[in-house]
Design a protein around this ligand. Structure first.
Ligand code: URA
Length: 249
C-alpha cells in the first residue's frame, strides 16, 4: 500500500496534510526517513478474520512512524455512537446531515453505519468499515436482540404485552416476531426487545395497537450497550471486550 494512503486510512490526517508531513521528513519507515508519499509499505493483508489466508507475517510488515510515534496498521475500526435526533443513518446525503458528518473527517473514510435508525431516533449506532461483520449483525437469520426505550402517547398494559409476545400482526406486509414489552414506572414508558429490524418496526408495532411513539432510543444491540457517558452525537472506539463480543456473534 502507498505510504500516504496508509497514513490517511489510519486517520493520521488528510492526504494533503500527510504529503506535507512526509515531505517535511516527519515520517519514517523502519527507522528511515521516507521522502516519497508513493513509497510502498507492507501491511498485514488480513488480520482478525481469515487469519491463515494471505497473511503477510508480522516480521515482513513495515513499521511506520509519524513524529516518532508508531502508527500501527488496523484493517477494521469500530465506533459506538450515541446517535442524536435530526441526522440520518446514511454515509452521505445532498441535503441532510448524516451520522458520518459527525465523525472526524480524518477518520471517516470507508465507514458506514450498521443498520438504520430513523432520523428522529436516538441511541446506540455501530459505525465500522467491516462489511462482513455488518452483514452478520444484520442477518435476519441471526436474530440479534435490539432493545429500545420508547415513550408513548398513552399507557400500555398486559394486553399489549401479550400481543407483542405472541408475534403481532402489524399490517399486510409485516407480522413481527415475538417481542418483549416491559412496562416501566410510568405506564407510557416501555422497554421493547425486538429480534429483527424492519422499516419503522417499533413505531409500526405500537401503531398496530393504537399507540404513537413520541420518543425512541436504542439501548443495546446484541452484546453492545449504549454508553450513557456519550453525549448525543459523540462516539468512541469499541473497547477490546466489546470488539471480541461482537466478533463471537
Ligand atoms: N424502529 C423504529 O420504528 N424506528 C427506529 O429507528 C428503530 C426501530
Amino acid at each position: 500500500m502507498r505510504l500516504d494512503k496508509y497514513l490517511a486510512q489510519m486517520g493520521a490526517g488528510t492526504r494533503s496534510e500527510i504529503k506535507k508531513a512526509i515531505r517535511a521528513g516527519r515520517v519514517t519507515v523502519n527507522g528511515e526517513k521516507a521522502a516519497d508519499p508513493a513509497l510502498h509499505v507492507r501491511v498485514p493483508e488480513s488480520i482478525k478474520k481469515n487469519e491463515n489466508a494471505g497473511t503477510v507475517p508480522a516480521e515482513e510488515t513495515d513499521e511506520v512512524c509519524l513524529d516518532g510515534v508508531r502508527i500501527a496498521y488496523e484493517q477494521y475500526v469500530y465506533y459506538l455512537m450515541n446517535k442524536p435526533a435530526g441526522v440520518i443513518s446514511a454515509t452521505e446525503d445532498p441535503s441532510q446531515r448524516t451520522v458520518l458528518d459527525l465523525i472526524d473527517e480524518r477518520q471517516r473514510k470507508g465507514l458506514f453505519p450498521v443498520g438504520r435508525l430513523d432520523k428522529d431516533t436516538e441511541g446506540l449506532l455501530l459505525i465500522t468499515n467491516d462489511g462482513e461483520l455488518a452483514h452478520r449483525l444484520l442477518s435476519p437469520k441471526r436474530h440479534v436482540d435490539k432493545v429500545y426505550f420508547a415513550r408513548l402517547d398513552g399507557p400500555v398494559g398486559e394486553k399489549e404485552q401479550k400481543l407483542f409476545a405472541e408475534g403481532l400482526r402489524v399490517d399486510e406486509t409485516l407480522t413481527a416476531l415475538p417481542a418483549g414489552l416491559e412496562i416501566l414506572e410510568a405506564a407510557d414508558e416501555v422497554r421493547v426487545t425486538i429480534r429483527e429490524g424492519k422499516f419503522h418496526q417499533i413505531k409500526r408495532m405500537f401503531a398496530a395497537v393504537g399507540r404513537e411513539v413520541l420518543y425512541l432510543k436504542r439501548l443495546s444491540m446484541g452484546p453492545l450497550s449504549l454508553d450513557e457517558s456519550l453525549e448525543p452525537g459523540a462516539y468512541r472506539r469499541l473497547t477490546e471486550e466489546e470488539e471480541s463480543a461482537i466478533m463471537s456473534l
